[in-house]
Design a protein around this ligand. Structure first.
Ligand SMILES: Nc1nc2c(ncn2[C@@H]2O[C@H](COP(=O)(O)OP(=O)(O)OP(=O)(O)O)[C@@H](O)[C@H]2O)c(=O)[nH]1
Ligand SMILES: [K+]
Ligand SMILES: [Mg+2]
Length: 399
């Protein structure tokens, strides 16, 4: 029996089993069995190297965004509109067969947008180009799930289920469960609060299914069996996802209004160029990129060429900023001067641990170098920290 058949069989058994206190342990065990099989399914076939032909696109720019959706929802049309790179669009399904990259220029950063083939129900089991599409999605920073506004709401659930089946968790944070395997000592099970979904026996049983007999488990929230399995599997990817409803030109205004009110959702029309700026703004917000402008001593910062940091990718401290400029820079830094949101006053003297915010300006003061800062134009700002305004960006900085 193949892996997919085994999964199907267990799913059928779960469907047959009544949910009650008496069956809860058995159901938990079945869930763990399915999770293990799915992980097996994800292992790349022997001899293959990662993504697959037509899907090996080099990362470029300050972030990567994947377009995921059923066939013919308008993914390629959107890529062409936002990036200027042409990706074939047509009224028939599966027009796109490979991964097509484009670049969005936004807020002085470059964001790589990836058009992908449409995926269908069963993608997680390898139907269509499911596997490749999913692998590329996992390599991106956020996902735009493109949906046809005129089609059933069920599509969003089907896609979410497919992505969950391969370990993607959309708009969720990792479960607050501390888990550590040990060599000896048995299993220690603790929680910081009363648990309503999982008890010690169920936890033991799940761990047993994974042949784990020595471990420390601490629940810091009232998590579920699925959460526990996610933590044990350890290969889950937690990603932001924006639900993008395209083709609102073909539905009524009341329906548009309903879709637009859902969380993490943006309604657009590629045909009428409606709301694309809102989509870009939302995308930017969710990516959480932090632009930092370097100010050479005695000179203007270059406001067109930021160092771009991200909390998810490498961090946003002064040290991360320095490493971005040059690996060997950190050891020469005495301190830095910071203007912008993260500074309590202008300029603030900060160390390597200071966390920077979007649009901060930083001047590096090196060891054995005469300090020239502190006479900057922003020094007079002794009030609450504020964003460097557009006016200030254009005005000369006198240091
Ligand atoms: N009415 C309407 N049609 C649209 C809109 N955007 C795209 N389309 C049409 O939808 C069809 C499919 O567009 P594509 O861009 O090829 O869709 P896709 O998601 O890339 O499709 P596959 O690559 O086959 O998965 C084309 O006929 C487009 O002209 C829109 O905003 N409104
Ligand atoms: K199409
Ligand atoms: Mg396409």
């Amino acid at each position: 029996m193949g892996i997919i058949e085994k999964i199907k069989e267990i799913e059928a058994e779960m469907a047959r089993t009544q949910k009650n206190k008496a069956t809860e342990y058995h159901l938990g065990q079945l869930k763990a069995k399915i999770a293990k099989l799915r992980t097996q399914l994800l292992e790349p076939p022997k001899g293959s190297s990662g993504a697959g032909e037509g899907f090996e696109v080099t990362k470029y720019g300050h972030g990567r965004v994947a377009l995921i959706g059923f066939p013919s929802v308008g993914k390629s049309t959107l890529l062409t509109m936002l990036t200027g790179t042409h990706s074939e669009a047509a009224s028939y399904e599966f027009t796109t067969l490979t991964c097509i990259p484009g670049i969005i220029h936004y807020n002085d950063t470059k964001i790589q947008l990836l058009d992908l083939p449409g995926i269908i129900e069963g993608a997680s089991e390898g139907k269509g180009r499911g596997r490749q599409v999913i692998a590329v999605s996992k390599s991106s920073d956020i996902v735009l799930m493109i949906l046809d506004a005129s089609k059933s709401e069920g599509h969003r659930q089907i896609l979410t289920k497919e992505l969950e089946a391969v370990g993607l968790r959309l708009n969720k944070r990792p479960p607050q469960i501390y888990f550590r395997k040990k060599k000896t000592g048995g299993i220690s099970f603790n929680s910081t609060m009363p648990l309503t979904h999982v008890d010690e026996k169920l936890c033991y049983q799940i761990l047993h299914e994974y042949k784990i007999h020595n471990a420390e488990v601490l629940f810091r929230e009232d998590a579920t069996v699925d959460d526990l399995i996610d933590v044990i599997e350890g290969n889950r990817k937690y990603m932001k996802c924006i639900y993008v409803y395209n083709k609102i030109d073909v539905i009524g205004i009341d329906d548009v209004d309903k879709l637009a009110r859902q969380v993490n959702s943006v309604v657009i029309s590629c045909n009428l160029k409606l709301n694309l700026d809102r989509l870009l703004a939302k995308m930017w917000e969710e990516m959480g990129l932090v632009r930092v402008y370097t100010k050479p001593q005695g000179q203007q910062p270059d406001f067109s060429d930021p160092v771009v940091l991200s909390a998810d990718r490498g961090g946003c401290s002064v040290e991360d900023f320095c490493n971005h400029i040059h690996r060997s820079l950190v050891k020469d830094v005495k301190y830095v001067l910071v203007w912008g949101i993260s500074a309590r006053h202008y300029p603030q003297h900060c160390g390597l641990g200071h966390v920077l915010q979007d649009e901060d300006v930083v001047q590096i003061v090196k060891k054995k170098e005469r300090e020239d800062g502190g006479r900057g134009r922003f020094k007079s700002h002794s009030t609450a920290p504020a964003r460097i305004s557009d006016r200030e960006k254009k005005a000369p900085l006198k240091t």
